[in-house]
Write a protein that binds this ligand. Sequence first.
Ligand code: VAH
Length: 319
Amino acid sequence: MVMATEKILVVGACGQIGVELTLQLRKMYGGSAVIASDLREEHPMLKGTGPYISMDIMNKETFHVLVLRYNITQVYLLAAILSATGEKNPHLAWTLNMGSLLNVLEVAREEKLHKVYWPSSIAVFGPNSPKQDTPQHTIMEPTTVYGVSKLAGERWCEYFNHRFGVDVRSLRYPGLISYKSAPGGGTTDYAIEIYHEALATQKYECFLSEKTYLPMMYMPDAIRSTIELMEADASRISVRSSYNLGGMSFSPKEIGASIQKHIPSFELSYNPDFRQQIADSWPSSIDDGAAREDWGWKPAYDLDRMTEDMLKNLAAEVD
Ligand code: VAH
């Protein structure tokens, strides 16, 4: 248990990452030290584990008052519109993803918050970025509004750190796979849906083609990487835009084969849609050497270990 001198606000606590990050932070700091907030109703898994406040992060005044009223010292900003949903409403995606971040960075500066966390994504890379082992620093020409907003956000994070000393930290998450909370409208959501359908119907029609390799990560690794980054001494953080973060890379065909080791009758078919073009613009694998060197990052899950854990826990939910 970390000393509860910190008071943490998680914004977007009911999303795919937010639920699990909130639960982990409450384990570390104590339930009452971590306030969960979202526009939505409180997620069932959060009920009874600590305080919940319904809040619109786009209302800077309300957010600022909440920070003062609850003596907040750290903010985790997880609210965002992801790649696939963002392409259906580009202006809203830009407005929410940028407006929320600027509200948090401004209040962090004004109130001298101890730390801020904000997730970026491998979506900041584009078709002209090196595809394999994409470097920490390289060409970044994202072709989705989501990627553009994350690239711009990274620049704002670095600016607020260098100009005002705000201790804001960030990770370029790959596609995240979990069983505890629903995916958020991303291009990598197939890698979650496939497990649910494998158990429910033993078949799945994938919206990406069979050989679409993408960087992916199991949620326990993603949560641990976030905590390890935020707990690292500030002197070890050399990247103030956002760290590349690698876990594993696989294609729909490979995840299908991993599932078939447990469910031999599972049938996988392919019917690529608009998300194929998004996936094709992203890296196939990531060089996360800077994260490994600066604060000792090392993933624990590979595809088969993730598949075993996903199927075991999803099957338990059905029973
Ligand atoms: C998305 N899950 O698909 C997110 C993620 C790398 C992908 O950023 O939009």
